[in-house]
Design a protein around this ligand. Sequence first.
Ligand code: SF4
Length: 153
Amino acid sequence: MIGISACLIGEAVRYDGGHKQQTQLKQLVDNGEAIAICPEVLGGLSVPREPSEMINGDGVSVWSGQSQVATQSGKDVTQAFKQGAQDALKILQQHDIDTVILKEGSPSCGSTEVYDGQFNGTKRQGVGVTTALFEQHGIRVYNEHNWHTTFHK
Ligand code: SF4
């Protein structure tokens, strides 16, 4: 059993009310081989919601208290992002899951790059808030681009 970002299996939970379904990943959930998680919804954020980015850092620095997550209009949503990550981790632990496939680029789920906090489409290397927590707990995090070549069920 693995975990997959809910938006990658077609659940309309993204900030814009849409999804980014990948048919092969949805198939894994339909076959009972994976469960879907959306940390931002678990953290109590609405669908749709204002886009958020990490200011001055990435998920690792959010957990160390050096960065915040904020919406485009400047609302601090750090606590909701952290709560959602912790709730998602609990779900993985309840299912004995140590491998996930998460949506690249997201301030929660990104695993190699995230937006840089200026809301102008620029990315920087880094991980999302949920990915950082998962990796701190030994969970292997892949994304929709690299799971084909590296993922072992
Ligand atoms: S990228 Fe992660 S937090 Fe964002 S909608 Fe998809 S599952 Fe939810």
